[in-house]
Design a binder for this molecule. Structure first.
Ligand SMILES: [Zn+2]
Length: 113
């Protein structure tokens, strides 16, 4: 399952970071989820809990931050922000877009004790 491997690598990172800072327990984790990502927050939360079991991150509270997607507009020759999949360039209304970012899932912050 895609979400499970994402959750497990997130846990690895979190546990490693907590250990590096000399903390034994992770109490909160902030995850940034791209708006266009295919991952479901509920599924991630479930996988995260399972993957965290027996680690320093067991029982940590999950916080999701949804991030708008970025795309390159060929007509404007600049990076634009998209709120919806399939929407035109917010500047010129064109569709010559290459989505550069938005399918991400990454740990942005942790709270340790
Ligand atoms: Zn444009």
């Amino acid at each position: 399952m895609h979400e499970m491997s994402l959750a497990m690598s997130a846990i690895d990172l979190v546990v490693e970071e907590a250990a590096r800072q000399g903390f034994a327990k992770v109490t909160g984790v902030w995850l940034e989820v791209g708006r266009f990502s295919c991952v479901e927050a509920d599924t991630i939360a479930f996988c995260f809990e399972a993957a965290a079991r027996g680690t320093a991150a067991e029982g940590a509270a999950l916080h999701f931050e949804h991030k708008a997607a970025e795309a390159w507009c060929y007509d404007c020759a600049r990076t634009v922000t998209l709120e919806e999949r399939g929407q035109p360039c917010p500047h010129c209304g064109g569709f010559k877009l290459r989505v550069a970012q938005g399918d991400s899932l990454r740990v942005t912050n942790i709270e340790v004790a």
